[in-house]
Design a protein around this ligand. Structure first.
Ligand code: KG4
Ligand code: ZN
Length: 342
């Protein structure tokens, strides 16, 4: 089954064609990062306009690269939530129009389910059930992936997402948006014991997290150094920050492995590209004889292939939409959101 999948929830316009949920025929991305960089973050209106400009050409390019005609597509898929509402709407409207014109099924995909599905592309043998740590610019949570379309949230951040805190600290350190990757790189050169940052434990649920306090602690440290004219060891602050985020995430991952008895843990989302998190999670899983699934960096960030992968399983579960499909800025990853999309 050839699915043309569209992703436009933030600042990447992406169109991919994926066969049977596992085989990427093509994965085209038009990144807007450079466009938003001068503003220090994504400007929603600019993002929407740029998606409109490039989406049609990108779909044509995807078909050309895959060597397929429009008639050889079996379905259209699209991220319908969550994201910047104007940006998501561009993809949804494009996919609706294409599905209508080609008379093919339309499959709505939750963006975070797509991030999880990136693992199916990287690891052809991976099948649920498994645990997944999702850490992106907008979400941070531990998901029990019971089946391809059936999930349970163990816990998540109660305030900022991990990626948001990476980007904010990076911005104050003068790194260009989005600063997560630059902060990761600077951390390689630093001493992670020089600046000790907090590891907040909010509420009663041991899987819940808080990144707002950690971010504020890092920002206070930076501002304090500036105020008293102290020279900040930027690389060591980055190393301390990465260590704190990694320990927050990996300690919960270990707990989840122990409590659920699962022996498989995957990571997903842009922050899953972080080298410290990958290293620490890899070591913690190995100690417990668990297998850790870490998609290559290109599949961690937003892309269309992950949407095409998840779409296949949504289709098999009967989750298809009609022309009343709407876009949503926020939606739970859990199953109930699909009822409003039908
Ligand atoms: O999943 P994603 O591409 O978009 C969303 O759905 O949000 O995630 C983007 C986030 C940004 O906050 C970015 O700074 C962060 O992922 N990121 C990283 C790294 N690479 C990207 N954070 C930490 N270390 C990295 N190497
Ligand atoms: Zn994403």
């Amino acid at each position: 089954m050839n699915i043309l999948a569209v992703e436009s929830s933030c600042d990447e316009t992406a169109v991919a064609i994926v066969r049977d949920g596992r085989q990427v025929l093509t994965d085209c991305i038009a990144s807007q990062v450079a466009l938003h960089r001068i503003y220090g973050g994504v400007v929603p209106e600019i993002a929407s306009r740029k998606h409109v400009e490039v989406i049609y050409g990108l779909a044509e390019q995807a078909l050309g690269q895959a060597g397929l005609s429009r008639g050889e597509l079996d379905a259209l898929a699209v991220t319908y939530a969550p994201g910047l509402i104007g940006a998501v709407l561009v993809g949804v409207n494009f996919a609706k129009a294409a599905a209508l014109a080609l008379d093919k099924p339309l499959i709505p995909v939750h963006h975070i389910r797509g991030h999880i599905a990136a693992n199916y592309l990287a690891y052809p043998d991976l099948e649920p059930p498994f645990l997944c740590l999702v850490a992106s610019g907008g979400h941070t949570m531990f998901v029990d992936v019971q089946d391809y379309t059936q999930m349970r949230i163990l816990g998540g951040t109660l305030d900022d997402a991990a990626g948001e805190s990476f980007d904010k600290v990076a911005r104050v350190l003068g790194m260009p948006y989005p600063g997560g990757a630059a902060l990761d790189q600077a951390a390689q050169l630093g001493d992670d014991t020089k600046y000790v940052l907090p590891r907040p434990r909010p509420g009663d649920n041991p899987y819940d997290m808080s990144f707002s306090g950690l971010k504020t602690a890092a920002l206070n440290l930076i501002h304090h150094a500036q105020q008293v004219g102290q020279e900040l060891d930027r690389d060591s602050l980055c190393a301390g920050f990465c260590r704190a985020v990694s320990e927050i995430l990996v300690s919960r991952a270990v707990l989840a492995l122990e409590e659920t008895g699962y022996r498989k843990i995957a990571i997903a989302g842009g922050v899953a590209a972080n080298s410290r998190i990958r290293r620490d999670l890899g070591a913690a899983a190995a100690e417990r004889n668990a297998t850790v699934y870490m998609p290559p960096l290109a599949l961690c960030g937003d892309n269309g292939a992950m949407i095409g992968a998840q779409a296949y399983y949504e289709f098999l579960a009967g989750n298809v939409a009609d022309m009343s499909l709407n876009a949503y800025a926020t939606k739970s990853i859990l199953g109930e959101q699909l009822s409003s999309a039908k």
